[in-house]
Ligand binder design. Sequence first.
Ligand code: BTN
Length: 254
Amino acid sequence: ENNLSTEFIGRNIYYYDTMDSTNKEAKRIASLEDEGTIVISEEQADGKGRLGRNWVSPKGKGIWMSIILKPDVEPVKVGAITLLGAASVFKGLKKMNIVSEIKWPNDILISEKKVCGILTEMSAELNMINHLIMGIGINVNLDEVDIPDELKEKATSIKIEQKKEIDRKLLLANILNEFEKLYIAFKDDGNVSKAIEICRENSVSIGREVRVIRGREERIGKALDINDRGELIVEFDDGKTESIFAGEVSVRGV
Ligand code: BTN
């Protein structure tokens, strides 16, 4: 059976057995494809993480997918779109009774370890977005052996945490259903309040000590809240409070 109830997200799916990176493939085809088209692969030979890192994507064990989006908004709004992705993964998991937390702005954690990362890439010109690729990588059924030793402290899979195999197709449908709801509100009038509320209420970051890295600068502060634009409000040790729009934020101990 098929649990997908969307109108346009995931209605057109390019499904591969193997692929270099679904984000790369989505970029190659984006201009020719309708919004909502998805590229998904059983494995990635060259999966990309943020900050030029690679993303471990073993065959048949995860959800490695990229969604092609063409929102009619200015590029500055893109930061908030990543939160839509994070909120939908959170809600999709919740629908299957799996408890997770959101690490602002693009990670989903279970027991303080990462199970999902999001890499949003944009092509824009003249202050208009041509297209946007939202790459979502979820460690669904990875076993301990699939997680490289150097990542074991920080990364896990849903299967490892739940001690049972998860239905990837059902999880995918749940996530896409949630994503479309949030994305339609965003497209209609730039409304991301629902996604922000989900992120705020289920955030590991808020109330915790965080390290904010911008280029070579690194500062320690405390995350106070996520504001209505989706920015993280951080009170730094020098007493100054700032809203962080992008850049690397790591939560101490996570
Ligand atoms: C991160 O946390 O660093 C982001 C990881 C994003 C991984 C996904 S897997 C599907 C898509 N294709 C890629 O090459 N990367 C994203």
